[in-house]
Structure formats: C-alpha cells, structure tokens
Design a protein around this ligand. Sequence first.
Ligand code: NAD
Ligand code: UDP
Length: 314
Amino acid sequence: MRKKTFLVTGGSGFIGSHLCERLLNDQHDVICVDNFFTGSKDNIRHLLDNPNFEIMRHDITWPLYVEADAIFNLACPASPIHYQRDPVQTTKTCILGAVNMLGLAKRLKIPILQASTSEVYGNPLEHPQTESYWGNVNPIGIRSCYDEGKRCAETLFFDYNRQLNTEIKVVRIFNTYGPRMRPDDGRVVSNFIVQALSGKDITIYGNGDQTRSFCYVSDLIDALVKMMNTGAEVTGPINLGNPGEFTILELATLVIELTGSKSKLIFESLPEDDPVKRRPDIAKAKQILNWEPSVQLKGGLMETIKYFDSYLKR
Ligand code: NAD
Ligand code: UDP
C-alpha cells in the first residue's frame, strides 16, 4: 500500500497509542494530536524516536491546519469518571472537535473516521444492539455530555457526508480493554485488575448483574484499519466489539482467578444511568469488513494483567 500520512487525534490515549504504533509498523507517517487530558506521553514514548512519528500538543476544540491523507478522530475521554470531570469540555470535544476535524477533512478532501461508541444506544431496550437501533439515551443526565456529544458528532459526520460529500467512516466501539489503559482510568477492567494486583477490595457497582462485552485492543485496531481501507461508499455506522457477553460479577471472578488475588468483592451503589446490558451485533462488521475479534476474554485479560503487574512495580 502507498505510504500515507495519518492524523490520529487522541493518539496518546489508550486506543490511539496502539493505532499510532500499528500505522507506523505498516510504514506510514503519523501525526499524533493530543491535549493530554487523559492521554500520556508514556503511551507513545517508544515511538518518539521514529522519524515517521510526530506529536502535536493541541486541543481539537480549536481549528487545526495540517496536511494529511486521512484522519482517525479518537480524541475524547472515554471513561465515565474522566468525561464527567469536565462535562462541558467533553461536549465541546465531541462537537467542536468534530466540526474542526470534519472541516479539515473537507478542505483536504480526505477520509475521516469517527470513533463513536456503544453509548449512543444508551440503556438499550434492544438486545443485542444492531446499528439500526436508535437508542434510549437520557439527554440531561451525567453521562449525556458523552452520549449526546457522540450522537451529535455522528449527526455532523452524516451531514458533512450528505451536504458536502466528505468521505466519512463511523464506527461504534464497544468496551475495549488492554495494556496502556490508565491505572486510574476508572473503567471496570483496569479497576478490577489494579485492585486485584494490589490486594484491595474489588468494587462492584450495583449487584454486578449488569453485562458488558469486552474487546481486546489488538482486535479493535485491526477493525479500525480495515474500516479506513474501505471505499467511499462505506460510511457506517458499524458496530465494533466482541459479542461475548459477561456480567460484571463474572468479570470480577475471572480477574481474581487469573491474578490469584485474595481481594474481596465489595458492592457499591450503581452510578446514575449505568446501562443494564450491552452486547454488539457485529453482522455488519463481519460482512463489510470481513472482521471479527479473535482474542478471548481470558487471553486478553492475561495480557492486560501482565501489563499492569509490571506497571505497578515501576
Ligand atoms: P483515552 O481517554 O485513553 O484517550 C482519549 C485521548 O484523547 C487522550 O489521549 C486524551 O488526552 C485525548 N483528548 C481528549 N480530549 C481532547 C481534545 N479536546 N483535544 C485533543 N485530544 C484530546 O480513551 P480511549 O479508550 O483510548 O478512547 C479513544 C476513543 O475511542 C474515544 O473517542 C472514545 O470515545 C472511543 N471509544 C472508546 C471505547 C473504549 O472502550 N475504550 C469505547 C467506545 C468508544
Ligand atoms: N463497574 C464496576 N466497578 C468498577 C468500575 C465499573 O462495577 O470499579 C461497572 C460499571 O458500573 C458498569 C460496568 O462496570 O456497569 C462497565 O463500566 P465502565 O466504566 O468500564 O464502562 P461503561 O459503563 O462505559 O460501559
């Protein structure tokens, strides 16, 4: 494939850093744009010496003028505790960030991929979730800055496509985990592993019956690259995730087993608007991208545990 220059917003975050690494391994140039709201230089330190890699400290709520062949728009805090830390900024990142990056894509006439989310389905009344489901979202709750921000970003993407012919690719990512999540990220996989490894109580919110489907990061990166390589007629939205569905209690039990931890389970109150169940229908991804995840939860957790184990010993 021709060497290209990819702009990756949110490139020093969890998923973004793996994507930058993959694109560099595929011999492309990468411009990583990040304001380090949740990202870290540690995630990309090993890439800094690569002459094909460039890092720009920039907040995408402000316009950006660079040259590139395609954009992956990943910038946005993804963990509830971080996106709720400054909810106004989260909405701005979703919406003003989308306007700015779509404007850049329009000027350069290049494709742009939007990292949307299963949160656009809210607390879903349809299960598993297909792309045709419109969702069940609270517009004024504490998750709304993210959920509605991402929904409006999708609207902007499709209007730029219809009105201005911008080549768009919208993917709805379901819970993804793996090395380089922050230990204080607050999401369930990192929380449970860090708690188990440090012998602290494992915090189950609610009774632990709520379900999620967990995709290992390498599988997700394959799908993002495949999506970018599709023709202009493929706009999405396409669900990306692992259809294996687990209760939070099952996840906690598995983490304890794999770490050999003596941590106890404790039950805390369920956060407001916490979705009861979530599982992607990935028929579209299978058919259009010829993609499905290959890493099972146990294997992915073992890799993630290894990462946090050495991180905590640093
Ligand atoms: P993350 O918090 O690790 O990474 C987000 C990155 O965006 C960070 O490096 C952060 O500093 C940067 N950022 C935030 N606001 C910015 C701004 N205004 N300008 C520039 N950079 C900014 O999260 P992640 O898990 O890597 O998620 C990446 C993307 O994927 C996000 O858009 C998220 O909504 C989406 N997503 C992730 C998941 C998941 O399970 N990890 C699920 C659904 C969607
Ligand atoms: N959760 C939990 N304990 C934790 C962190 C999260 O029980 O320490 C629960 C949370 O309430 C939710 C699920 O795990 O039901 C997934 O939470 P996460 O924040 O990872 O992602 P999201 O809710 O956005 O899917």
